[in-house]
Design a protein around this ligand. Sequence first.
Ligand code: R5P
Length: 296
Amino acid sequence: MNPVVLALPGNEAVAKRLAERLTLELGRAELRRFPDGESYVRIDGAVKGGSVIVICTLDRPDEKFLPLTFLAATARDCGAARVGLVCPYLAYMRQDMRFRDGEGVTSSYFASAISKCFDWLVTIDPHLHRRASLSEIYSIPAIAVHAATRLADWIREYVPAPLVIGPDAESEQWVSAVADSAQAPYVVLEKVRLSDREVQVSLPKANRWRERMPVLVDDIISSARTMIAAARRFREAGLRQPLCVGVHAIFADRAYEELIAAGVAGVVTCNTVPHISNQIDITDLLEAPIRNLLRT
Ligand code: R5P
């Protein structure tokens, strides 16, 4: 039977696009809450013997996790032979080691829970910090696709004379790939994170780039403290205010409003997490890996 695509609430547009482009059947999952807060799950249509592809981006993961795993379990219970997960943004990649005694290494626990519910996973630019690949923590085939060329295409098309700027030393490889493809020079900032919402950045000598338009690029904008601190440094150095370009628009609490209020030249993100700043469509990057995984 033709694989069926099911969307968790909020993921309908991506699910529809993928189903159309991959000529898959778009199914319907009914998910709602009972008055006591428990989840109700129903798959409307047959999945017996076939593949099911669940689409769910995983920003605000705690509230999505239980309905997501219930939907996967329901698909299996209704006879699905394989259940894959497409999450344009993959959560729980940060806490990848125990910094203080007694802390939980939640990225491992999350990966292990997802690996038990799904047969494969496709995502975009997971925050692999101290890990080389998803296979270090995911025991299922887990494919990560990269948005760097799409960011670069956007910068090349819309920003005259850009200077690409990475937030920290770890971002250098990624930032240099974006800059290369955008045919622009790049620099990386020195960043120290003091707490979840406190970041210090210092700007290397950027005087020779004074004529260029600074474009800060980052994989995630969460509290936006990194970009806000960088914008402050630019102002202090008498440079132009940066344009902020990110892959995943997490924007915790009022982070977006605070970033705008910091006086940046603009904020542009990819559509891995629905947000007003989404301007770069990267849904099609998911197609080839899904096609390949359906063949295995
Ligand atoms: C860190 O390693 C990431 O690349 C981002 O710089 C970080 O996640 C941004 O977080 P925030 O927006 O909270 O400063």
